[in-house]
Design a protein around this ligand. Sequence first.
Ligand SMILES: [Zn+2]
Ligand SMILES: [Zn+2]
Length: 444
Amino acid sequence: MGFRKIVLVLVLFISTAFAQTSFSRELETVYPDAHALYLDVHQHPELSGHETETASKLSAKLKGLGYEVTDHVGRTGIVALLKNGSGPTIMLRTELDALPVEEKTGLPYASKVHAKDDAGHDVAVMHACGHDLHMAALLGTAEIMAKEKSTWHGTLILIGQPAEETISGAKWMIDDGLLTRFPKPDVIVALHVHNLAPAGIIGIAPGTYDTNADSLRVTIYGKGGHGSAPHTAIDPIVIAARTILALQTIPSREVKPGEMAVVTVGYVHAGNKNNIIPDTAELGLTVRTYKPDVRKQVLAAITRITKAETAAAGAPREPLIEHYESTDSVYNDPALAQHLKGVLEAAVGKSNVSIDEPITASEDFSYFVEQGIPGFYFSLGGANPAKFAEAKESGTTLPSNHSSLFAPDVEPALRAGITAEVAVLRNLLNVSPEELRKFSTSSK
Ligand SMILES: [Zn+2]
Ligand SMILES: [Zn+2]
């Protein structure tokens, strides 16, 4: 190696080391505020569409940092803007909502909150999906980005999205002018914490990140009668039972082996007394797929099988099949994901970044991508490393998101979340908008 090369390597090494120490200083400055918000929001969770206190807390903090904040975008959603000269526009999203779950973690800061759900029932409420950690990470990131404006240029938009758990908040915000009243972003970024990896591990899924989700309500019409005289009736419960079993042949017999398809009948409602054959039976289905053509195939098969089963039983009319909720899979442009993989490896260490298989959950982040905005949605390990190793050893898994025992290891996860978000935003806010427009939004 020549002298010049040695000098160059030394300079690179020193500047990287310097950048890292200066980043850890930045992180130390903002961490206490972020952690405090986590504890506050965790103890005061609010249900989807009712995140008023949560939104106003986050909004007040962001206003205090100098962001231009607009409240009530898509009901309880918030939009915070920080303009810093010309350059790209990058959006970072957090969710605001919690779940109707009773917290059983036994943590000193466990939620004791109860609220009325949309049906008027009293339910316990808990941040069982980690959205509290996402808000705290966004706040820490917001503070670093506001204090270190010399490290980037362009427009940073932070959004607090309501009602992710009901797959409605992204649509509410877009319908309320998220992309017309505010600058349209060149890329949108979000992360999600989970318990499938130790705290601090970043997971990237280039291409498909999660599933298409379709919710169906199927009403089967029979003919009611006395339980002792089935010959005078057409029993919708028997039709429902046959239909449920036949539907399982869609993933096992119709979809090509190796393709992802899930058909779950999550509830069956029929009858209210043992000696009465009811008039109707209702099934609630969730359908998950990765590929658009498999999704089409599965939905068509559900209709065909359900109609055929009712016809076979001589039902008085065709079943009613209502497709009442759906969301597309989240798609990460592979080139963008590859680009940001390098950025994240530099920020948290190569061994802390992994390539993930797509997951079988769903989320409405896909709604932003569908509007023509390339998205980068990545995962953040949240498990306590010792507990994670112990569980692995004994062949079990730690409580997953939505469990009453879900408890991320806050400190390392939150630090890694802020580190990753700042690295991604700083990188993207130094790329030209033209370069960013090369990234695409769809796998179709
Ligand atoms: Zn969730
Ligand atoms: Zn979630």
